[in-house]
Write a protein that binds this ligand. Structure first.
Ligand SMILES: [Zn+2]
Length: 384
C-alpha cells in the first residue's frame, strides 16, 4: 500500500513536471501572442551559423516569429534577372524553414515593396533592371550620397500605378512565400518619401494617402487570394506633423490618412527606436493588429514591453487581441548581428545601446513573465 502511495505521488510529480512548462508557455502566449525577431536574411555562407542561432538563441528565448528580410537574396526562378549575384538557394531556404518548424517559429519573408528601392547611392535590383518603374526617374543617383540633399532623396520608390510593376513583384511574392512555406508576407512599405510625384505621368496630382492605401490593398488582395496575410511597417500611417514623431517614424507627406482606407486584416509593425511612443493604441483603435518594435535601446524596449502588457491587460474585449506583442528589429544582415551578439566585434561608441543588448534585455524580461501560474491564477483560468 505504502508503495502504492509513493507510486501515486511519483506519478503526480511527473504529471506536474509535464504540465508546468505547458501551462507556462500558455501563460506567455496569452500575454504576448507575437514574440518576434526581424533581421536581414543570411547570405548562403552564413546559413548554417544562423540555423544554430535559431536553435540555440531564438528558440530557448521563446521567440515564435522570425521575419527575414530577403529582398533579392534568393535565386528567384520567376525573375532570375532580379537575383543578387550571391543569393540563397532553395536548399538554403529549406534549412531555415526546417529549423523554424522544429522550434515552432513562424517564418515570414520580407521583400521591400513600394519604397526602399535604393539605398544611399545604390539603386536596388528592381529599378536597376526595370528603370521605367521608377517613380522619380528625373532624380539621378548621387555619386556620393548625403542627407539632407536638394532632391529629398532618401530611397527611391516604384510607381504604384505603373502597369508593369505588379506582374513582376507579385511573381516574386508568390515564389518567396511558397519556398518559405508560409502564410504571411512582410512588404516593408516604410519610409516612403517619394509617392505621387508631381512629375509622374500617372500619379501626379493624386491623393498620396489614396495612392499608399491603394498599394496596400492591392498587395493584401493578392495575398488573400491564397489565404496569406500581409504585414507592413506602420510609420506611413502616423501623422508626423501633428505628433512630432519625426520624418522617419511618421509621415510628413499626408499618407497617414491611409490608416482609414486600408483593410483591417493587415498586421502593423509599429517601430519606435528613441522613445516608447504609445502609437500601438492608435492602431488598435483603428481596428488593426499591432506589434511594437524596438531596435537598439534596451531601456526603450523594456518600457515598450510594459506598455504592451498594460494595453493588453486594460483593453476592452474587442481590442485586446489587436495588441499582438513585441518584435526585436535588427537593421544589419545576420552576419554582422551575430558578430556583435557573440562578442566577435565590439562597437565602443555604441556602448550598451546595441541591437544584441536590446534583444537580450527584452527577451530576459519577456521570459521572466513566463513563470508557472500560481494556484490562484490556475483557478481563475478554470473559471473562464
Ligand atoms: Zn507614379
Amino acid at each position: 500500500m505504502k508503495n502504492g502511495v509513493y507510486s501515486l505521488l511519483f506519478l503526480s510529480f511527473c504529471f506536474l513536471a509535464i504540465q508546468v512548462p505547458v501551462a507556462a508557455q500558455q501563460k506567455l502566449d496569452t500575454l504576448l501572442v507575437v514574440r518576434g525577431f526581424c533581421i536581414g536574411a543570411p547570405k548562403p555562407k552564413g546559413v548554417d551559423a544562423f540555423v544554430s542561432f535559431i536553435n540555440e538563441e531564438l528558440a530557448p528565448r521563446k521567440v515564435n516569429t522570425l521575419i527575414l528580410r530577403v529582398d533579392f537574396n534568393y535565386q528567384f526562378e520567376s525573375h532570375a534577372e532580379l537575383r543578387d549575384s550571391v543569393a540563397l538557394s532553395k536548399a538554403d531556404v529549406k534549412k531555415l524553414v526546417n529549423a523554424c518548424r522544429a522550434n515552432k517559429i513562424r517564418i515570414i519573408p520580407q521583400i521591400n515593396l513600394l519604397g526602399h528601392q535604393s539605398w544611399a547611392s545604390t539603386t536596388h535590383n528592381l529599378l536597376r533592371v526595370y528603370p521605367t518603374f521608377d517613380e522619380t526617374p528625373h532624380v539621378k543617383m548621387p555619386v556620393k550620397y548625403e542627407w539632407p540633399n536638394p532632391d529629398n532623396l532618401y530611397c527611391k520608390s516604384y510607381c504604384p500605378l505603373h502597369p508593369g510593376v505588379h506582374p513582376v513583384v507579385f511573381a516574386l511574392v508568390d515564389e518567396i512565400t511558397e519556398v518559405f512555406e508560409t502564410d504571411a508576407f512582410h512588404a516593408g512599405m516604410d519610409e516612403v518619401f517619394y509617392i505621387g510625384d508631381d512629375k509622374c505621368p500617372r500619379c501626379s496630382g493624386r491623393d498620396k494617402a489614396e495612392l499608399f492605401a491603394g498599394e496596400v490593398q492591392k498587395i493584401r488582395d493578392h495575398l488573400a487570394r491564397s489565404k496569406k496575410e500581409l504585414w507592413i511597417w506602420g510609420d506611413r500611417l502616423i501623422d508626423g506633423k501633428t505628433t512630432s514623431i519625426g520624418i522617419w517614424e511618421a509621415s510628413f507627406n499626408n499618407t497617414h490618412r491611409a490608416i482609414d482606407m486600408i483593410p483591417k486584416d493587415v498586421v502593423i509593425c509599429d517601430w519606435h527606436y528613441e522613445r516608447p511612443d504609445q502609437t500601438a493604441v492608435y492602431f488598435a483603435m483603428k481596428g488593426l493588429r499591432v506589434i511594437t518594435c524596438p531596435w537598439r535601446q534596451p531601456n526603450v524596449a523594456v518600457v515598450q514591453v510594459d506598455d504592451m502588457l498594460k494595453f493588453r491587460a486594460s483593453a476592452t474585449k474587442e481590442m485586446k487581441d489587436r495588441y499582438q506583442g513585441m518584435m526585436q528589429t535588427v537593421w544589419s544582415g545576420a552576419e554582422a548581428f551575430l558578430d556583435g551578439f557573440y562578442g566577435r566585434k565590439i562597437d565602443p561608441e555604441a556602448g550598451e545601446n546595441t541591437p544584441w543588448n536590446t534583444f537580450r534585455t527584452m527577451y530576459a524580461k519577456i521570459n521572466d513573465l513566463d513563470t508557472p501560474p500560481t494556484r490562484k491564477e490556475r483557478k481563475a483560468q478554470k473559471k473562464k
